[in-house]
Design a protein around this ligand. Structure first.
Ligand code: PAF
Length: 282
């Protein structure tokens, strides 16, 4: 496995593989790799011949009040996990390599970033779409894998790739959960035992929405209220949103459609967690 820090090194290593007729796969990450990330690597490995993992804590997707400096950066552990998973190349750039002085070009979608996460984090998705575009331009993968856990992020990336005619297959891989339902997240390490127990209310409220919709209930306003009540009944939980939306447009729904997604976000203690569940009407 090669580990490189510069754009030119990525380009020359990947070029050899591409010239040899290999299909290039990419898993963009911010590091602190857990089983969820590694499931993306496994999927990417199956779909490509040469797997590139990028590890970069992207400053432009953090707001000034967020946890950029505290974001976990266990690089040696991450590299060991990548090596074990058979990754071919890891790209771990410094901030100045991707954001040189005078940087002023951003990629921005119009409406998808305004909803849900965007309401709490107005500049977040501009940072995500910009860095993902840059990583795609650098690596030029044939296929790239993202997790369903960041539902709005993967929706936005798929839209961007379609709208800008990027020749990349985007694969969305299922959320990996602990046995009790908690979605894996790099931020789970911040949770105390009591907060972790309360964090289970995110998954429980999504399951409640799914069960009630699939048992025929059609008043989604009511179901949203029940999701809200379930989560806020737990100590340490401050709810950001608990909603049911169209799975493609992410517009909030009051009555069911055939393809929906329930989404939740909450502050649990000092840790912000998100989760979602796709719901097909039966
Ligand atoms: O999901 C993440 O880890 C990040 O948002 C991504 C896609 C790597 C962009 O920084």
């Amino acid at each position: 496995m090669q580990v490189v820090k510069t754009v030119s090194e990525v380009r020359s290593v990947v070029a050899i593989s591409r010239d040899g007729g290999e299909r290039i796969g990419c898993v963009p990450t911010m590091g602190a790799l857990h089983a969820g990330h590694m499931s993306l690597v496994v999927d990417c490995r199956e779909r490509s011949d040469f797997v590139v993992v990028t590890i970069f804590v992207n400053p432009t997707q953090f707001s000034p009040t967020e946890d950029l400096s505290e974001y976990p950066r266990p690089l040696e552990d991450d590299l060991a996990k990548c090596r074990e998973a058979g990754v071919d190349l890891v790209f771990t750039p410094e901030v100045h390599a991707l954001y040189p002085e005078g940087f002023e070009t951003y990629v921005e979608l119009e409406s998808l970033p305004l909803r849900l996460e965007g309401e709490q984090r107005p500049t977040h998705f501009r940072g995500v779409s910009t860095i993902v575009t840059k990583l795609f331009n650098i690596v030029q993968p044939d296929v790239a894998c993202f997790g369903q856990k960041d539902y709005q992020q993967q929706t936005l990336i798929r839209r961007m790739v379609r709208d800008l005619d990027m020749p990349i297959e985007i694969v969305v891989c299922p959320t990996v959960r602990e046995a009790d339902g908690l979605a894996l997240s790099s931020r789970n390490v911040y949770l105390s035992d009591a907060e972790r127990r309360s964090a289970l209310s995110l998954h429980a409220s999504l399951q409640l929405a799914k069960d009630r919709i699939q048992s025929g209930e059609t008043d989604l306003v009511n179901i949203r209220a029940a999701m809200h009540d379930l989560m806020t009944a737990h100590e340490h939980v401050t709810l950001d949103y608990a909603t049911i939306a169209d799975a493609n447009s992410l517009e909030e729904l009051n009555t069911p459609t055939s393809h929906m997604v329930a989404l939740v976000a909450a502050q649990v203690g000092k840790t912000r967690l998100i989760d979602n569940m796709v719901i097909e009407a039966l």
